[in-house]
Design a protein around this ligand. Structure first.
Ligand code: CTP
Length: 218
């Protein structure tokens, strides 16, 4: 099977020396990429900037901004049977990026932002992907309802929902506790290392892809 994974944060330039980013470490996505490659699958890992070593045996596609990541997914997605979108993509980017460093002037400064393309949201509708599609949802309230809404809007097979209001799991920690939200059920996975959760998500995704192959005969 060929598995495409997005991972890590994106980096949105403000000027040549500054950028906007977020606290994603990339650990979950890299753990899934490593596990999938270890199982003998072809892995296309499309990643924003992280501190992590690239797992052995993956096709690595480094990206910076959400627009870069969008283009990388657009060009690789047709090769994939399964796509897992673990990247924490910036929803907005600075509207104008000057060629030179911005000099300080007044006491306040307004940065205008514009929407980034929604990569996961384009995968069914624009890229016409019909394999197994897994999204992530980082929520601080109504975790399950918000995740199910995201699942429906973006055409996912399931969404991995994270409660990012808790400080014992999630960003900057090695552990996570997620629930898998499907259209018709919710499966809590319990608290484990990101590495172990990566394996569990991968197992569920591959099982789903295998049952689709059995049903469609492809
Ligand atoms: N995602 C993406 N491209 C974006 C934004 C998000 O591919 N521009 C993907 C992420 O990789 C993740 C999922 O979408 O799999 C969830 O992102 P999130 O920003 O939480 O989704 P939204 O629907 O934008 O939700 P919200 O309204 O909470 O911002």
């Amino acid at each position: 099977m060929t598995i495409l994974i997005t991972a890590g944060p994106t980096r949105e330039a403000i000027d040549p020396v500054r950028y906007l980013t977020n606290r994603s470490s990339g650990k979950m996505g890299y753990a899934m990429a490593e596990a999938a490659a270890g199982m003998g699958h072809r892995v296309i890992l499309i990643s924003g900037p992280t501190q992590l070593d690239v797992p052995d045996g993956v096709d690595f596609v480094p990206t910076e901004s959400a627009a870069d990541m969008y283009r990388a997914v657009e060009s690789w997605i047709s090769k994939a049977d399964v796509a897992i979108f673990a990247a924490a993509v910036a929803d907005y980017r600075p509207a104008h990026v000057p060629e030179h460093k911005i000099k300080k002037t007044g006491d306040t400064m307004i940065l205008e932002l514009i929407r980034n393309p929604d990569i996961l949201g384009s995968t069914r509708s624009i890229f016409k992907f019909n394999g197994v599609l897994v999204g992530f949802a980082a929520e601080t309230q109504n975790v399950e309802d918000n995740a199910r809404d995201k699942l429906e809007r973006k055409g996912c097979d399931f969404v991995v929902a994270n409660d990012v209001s808790r400080n014992d799991i999630g960003f900057d920690t090695n552990d996570n506790e997620v629930m898998l939200v499907y259209a018709d059920k919710t499966e809590p996975l319990g608290k484990h290392s990101k590495h172990h959760i990566g394996h569990l998500i991968l197992d569920k995704t591959i099982a789903l892809a295998s049952s689709n192959i059995a049903v469609t005969g492809q």
